[in-house]
Design a protein around this ligand. Sequence first.
Ligand SMILES: [Zn+2]
Ligand SMILES: [Zn+2]
Length: 372
Amino acid sequence: MQRPQSITDNSNSSNDLKHLKSIDSNAVLSPHSMIQDLVWRKVIIIAFIHITGSYGVYLLLTVAKWQTWLFLFLTQIATSVSITAGAHRLWTHKSYKAKLPLRIILLTLFTMTFQFSCISWVRIHRQHHKFSDTDADPHNAKRGFFFSHIGWSMVKRHPEVRAHTVDLSDVMADPLLRFQHKYYSLLLLIIGFIVPTYIPTLWAEETKVAFFVCACLRCVIAIHMISLVNSVAHMWGNKPYDKYIEPVESKMVSFLAAGEGFHNYHHSFPWDYRAAELGGYSLNLSKLFIDFMATIGWAYDLKVVPDELIKRRVERTGDGTHPVWGWDDPDLSADDKKFVVMINKTRNTDGVFALDNIVSFLRQQFNISFSK
Ligand SMILES: [Zn+2]
Ligand SMILES: [Zn+2]
């Protein structure tokens, strides 16, 4: 486990970003070689979890009890939300605040997910936002699908990633996060592997099945679920909020990743606890969770971007695909309204029917002429 970078002042970040963008265009001509940079210890860990997870799929489909299926499903949802509502929206982006019991629950579940320590996760993700899709982005999507999805976690960090650090003073000051960081390997072993292997034995599941399904396979699913955000949600979709950045909107990713696929919006407004403007709870399980926690008083100071600010951003930098629900939607542009063709306009009439319309319709259909 790598220790997080030292805390640095990031006041020159916008200049850094301009510099990085020029580096990135050169990098296309001479791509960084992934093979040369492989870190074999990391390759073996990733290969191990995937081989054991694949065996978990086989056991799940052949011998696992229904209670084990249910346990896998519930732990999968709970741990997914711990990444999205916890490591992501709470600790990385500070989009809301949480009371101690909620922070303990989120951190415990997050530790099960095989996603580095929370402090490391925050460092990687803040760097991803700050230097998005440049060489200083740890999972730079411009280096291809495989690299941004999982390849980045098997190679040495790019020199630009090492050179550009972000402020971590807040998470480093949190004793809970420091504890989890310090004892991460031990906690992962206990909470991520031993506990989920033990619990299914309570309904007489075989230990072998419990280990490969509820520990290994569960970790593999969590890894790929969140990786979709780094790969797919930086490649294929619309950019209704900012067409000048790589992140896109992907409902499929939102469904699979507990609400994290509205990625063009999220990169435009990373402090919004919803990580989305549109989409109901079915596409944003993490918002449902945070709203529920706010209802019981464990989540508070939830930050939301006002509609007017979103609208201004859509008009200024959007690609024109921002959805509108219909005619009076405030997002319908004044230009679109001005050039609309309105047929069969309503006329003022004293009677029940618009007699003029009826006469005109009959004339058109049957070529009838009425003498006045
Ligand atoms: Zn992103
Ligand atoms: Zn983010």
